[in-house]
Design a protein around this ligand. Sequence first.
Ligand code: C3H
Length: 497
Amino acid sequence: MSAMNKQKIVSSVPQKGFFGHPKGLLTLFFTEFWERFSYYGMRAILVFYMYYEVSKGGLGIDETTALAIMSIYGSLVYMSGIIGGWLADRIFGTSKAVFYGGILIMLGHIVLAFPGNISMFFISMALIIIGTGMLKPNISSIIGDMYSEEDNRRDAGFSIFYMGINLGGFLSPLVVGTVGMNYSFHLGFGIAAIGMFLGLIVFVFTKKKNLGLAGTYVPNPLSPAEKKKVFTRIGLGAALIGALIAVGIPTGLLTFDTFIALVGVLGILLPTAYFVTMYRSPKTTETERSRILAYIPLFIASVMFWAIQEQGSTILANYADKRTQLDFAGIHISPAWFQSLNPLFIITLAPVFAWLWVKLGNRQPSVPTKFALSLLFAGLSFLVILLPAYFGGTDSLVNPLWLVLSYLIVVFGELCLSPVGLSATTKLAPAAFSAQMMSLWFLSSAAAQAINAQIVKFYTPETEMQYFGVIGGASIVLSIILFALSPKIQSYMKGVR
Ligand code: C3H
């Protein structure tokens, strides 16, 4: 996109109207709020739906498998962002991708809303995976479109958007979690579907007025010749995958374990391929190349961070269900409620962090230093949760406040990494790959969860201390390395702060 086009897009968006930010932020805030409401609402009950016995309304899958499926699911949801980013950059632009993605997500939740078997469960998963891949990175890219390069409201805009994400993530486990756990899982999934429907309504009815041209352009459209080549390759690829599945399942070569391993490998290979393609593209300038190099250590840090943070909804959800005193201070706590703690802390602390960065002005830590801090906090959040077992063994139930403390500490890290990373991604992106660079950011989450699918197998109440200790310790070591490398990485960012 040329500087002139960028200017045309920015001036088509009403520049005030939502807390001093472009009016389009309101549209994107509420669309993402409802999308996250549906996604996290569904996830808050999904693990229990999978491993509860059939007589209790669940699918009766064994617990370890259910935890691995949660991680694989989470990984694929973000991996499919590469499809969404590619479609947006090369075929229909980010705005259409958000719309189609929302429709697929809603259909996915509708499938789960009806009592069904394991096949229905996998169909729903496929719809939500593709739908989220189309919606999630692209909605974040549109935010970047609304601000000019020099606009210093951009970081704050991402923080506000991040609050929308977490408002959805906070309310949904309470609403969907309570209904799903106390009445019926399917009713819970039905509420998630209604949530996505409301998000689509907001998007469709306000986008024209609030978003102007943002999200409507195709930055790097396919030429007719490329179209033919690409569609033939996609067709062949799909046929090959179909054939491998058709042969692999009956012969026993494609088992659940091999599939998990495959996703793990893809979690590493895909971002590598992305980095190489962007770096080598003739459309990437020298400055953009240097920024891609700076992005690599940030990406690795992000993988480590999300590996810990995402275990909040798998390992720590299981810890809440199995290891925690749920009758506490005269009330019975639902294990799903713990999922609301992280977003609650985010909503309350995000304005504090935004204020702190503004107050520190030029003295605020650089992007790489903020990432190093996030790893430090992530590591500490795991070291804290090994203490109850250290002091009291693994036989007695643990005071829920330990879990609350762990969720709080990881949020300090999240606020140093996630809104900062979203904003930095839009600034560091090569122009021809703007939506795809956002997909790359989400690939860090995908890689993290693919790795998690391998490591959650090592978690049992007996190995709890070693598990939290090793992973927490690794994060702290990585944090120290990143602190040391920060000035070098900053210099490769070529002026981006
Ligand atoms: O969803 C995103 O884009 C990024 N993630 C977040 O913003 C998280 N703070 C959401 S919290 C969590 C993953 C879901 C809450 O319903 C729970 C973590 C324990």
